[in-house]
Design a protein around this ligand. Structure first.
Ligand SMILES: Cc1cc2nc3c(=O)[nH]c(=O)nc-3n(C[C@H](O)[C@H](O)[C@H](O)COP(=O)(O)OP(=O)(O)OC[C@H]3O[C@@H](n4cnc5c(N)ncnc54)[C@H](O)[C@@H]3O)c2cc1C
Length: 353
């Protein structure tokens, strides 16, 4: 017989119940048990190992479009990553950066030449990447990023450069240690004219983990959480990349330096490009909700076990949950968490369409 709790879980799981159930089974393995080490190297190694286990079980493939070799289940991918947040936020962020942000940039902003070369390896973690958008000077205001990508028609290369201290890429997940390639957001300049922010594939480390010439990475170190994510900074000193490394789904630069785009208005072009990356935002909101639900579950279960003070005429002490003031603290939060879960499921459905 289905219990009331099971009914509630099925209802809250919504349309992506299967993906959520699969994540529950995967994450039930001892290798995914919470670890509280303050040692950054150890925490990062554990998180990467967990990601490799997920990759081996085909965890990430479903989220990519069928046209690029995936399973075409974008909604399932968001629900799965959200489930990781119930287990370990480091794992959720690291997986979200690799498959959602880095992979999402290659898939949504790139074309066949990028898909053929990068999607398979990044799904299997043969290629570890990072998503280098934020700079020290600009986070929310992506249009004002300062990193430049100047086209040189003589060599048919872009020159990636950090012209000011505030143009340093900052807080980039994977940049401190593991990523060998970055999806770098920079102002595209050709023929002396800036065409706005575009995304470029830029190799940053060699196979030994050392910075490539012209690239300087550094480590953001300890954070107030997420010890398993190697957030770092990147500076570029006139780093040359082939013209083909521009992710050119919405705009391209021809060999002679001519800029071409089907979207004439620069604002519309920019928002079309960043709009394709909305999945990351949906995932972050959902994951925050999932992590908060874990804390609420712990508090609720505790209140159903812990007894404090004797009740007159009763041998047993009183359960915390039987105190009205305690109920008033927890029950509205439980109600709100249900509402937010339904809202998140709606959002995923809208995104999936
Ligand atoms: C753990 C972690 C991991 C990260 N990983 C990555 C990564 O992998 N790649 C990457 O590119 N970036 C990454 N970031 C950076 C993240 O994307 C930025 O922190 C975020 O975009 C916000 O930018 P900011 O910190 O510069 O905040 P700001 O842009 O300075 O904004 C700060 C606050 O100011 C207010 N504000 C700003 N603008 C407005 C406005 N227009 N209207 C109203 N209020 C406003 C808001 O309250 C906002 O929260 C990471 C950050 C963290 C903390």
């Amino acid at each position: 017989m289905t219990t009331a709790a099971e009914h509630i879980r099925i209802t809250l799981d919504g349309a992506w119940r299967q993906a959520r159930e699969r994540a529950r089974t995967d994450l039930d393995r001892p290798e995914f048990a919470p670890h509280y080490t303050p040692d950054l190297d150890e925490a990062r190694a554990i998180t990467l190992k967990q990601m490799r286990m997920l990759a081996e079980s085909g965890y990430a493939r479903a989220g990519f479009a069928k046209a690029v070799g995936g399973g075409g289940d974008a909604g399932g991918a968001v629900a799965s990553i959200e489930m990781l947040a119930m287990s370990d936020l480091s794992l959720m962020v690291k997986a979200g950066v690799q498959w959602g942000l880095f992979g999402g940039a290659i898939e949504n902003l790139g074309t066949a030449r990028h898909h053929d070369r990068y999607i398979g390896p990044l799904i299997d973690l043969d290629l570890l990447g990072c998503f280098a958008m934020t700079e020290t000077g600009h986070g929310s205001d992506v249009q004002s990023l300062e990193t430049t990508a100047s086209y040189d028609p003589g060599t048919e290369e872009f020159v990636i450069h950090s012209p000011t201290p505030s143009s340093r890429k900052d807080y980039i997940g994977g940049a401190a240690q593991h990523a060998t390639v970055a999806a770098v957001f920079a102002q595209l300049i050709t023929g002396g004219k800036s065409q706005g922010v575009h995304c470029f594939v830029v190799p940053i480390r060699d196979e030994n983990g050392d910075d490539l010439p012209g690239v300087t990475t550094s480590d953001c170190g300890h954070k107030g959480g997420l010890p398993g994510v190697d957030n770092g900074r990147i500076m570029f000193d006139h780093v040359r990349i082939p013209r083909e490394n521009l992710l050119n789904r919405y705009a391209d630069v021809e060999p002679d330096g001519t800029y071409v785009s089907a979207i004439e208005n620069p604002n519309r072009r920019f928002f079309t490009m960043v709009g394709t990356l909305v999945r990351g935002r949906v995932t972050v909101g959902g994951s925050a909700g999932a992590a908060a639900r874990v804390a609420l579950s712990v508090a609720t279960r505790y209140a159903l076990q812990r007894r404090q003070f004797s009740a007159p005429g009763d041998e047993k002490e009183v359960l915390l949950m039987d105190y009205l003031v305690h109920q008033r603290r927890l029950l509205p939060l439980i109600a709100r968490s249900y509402a937010l879960t339904f809202a998140q499921n709606e959002l995923i459905s809208t995104m999936d369409r």
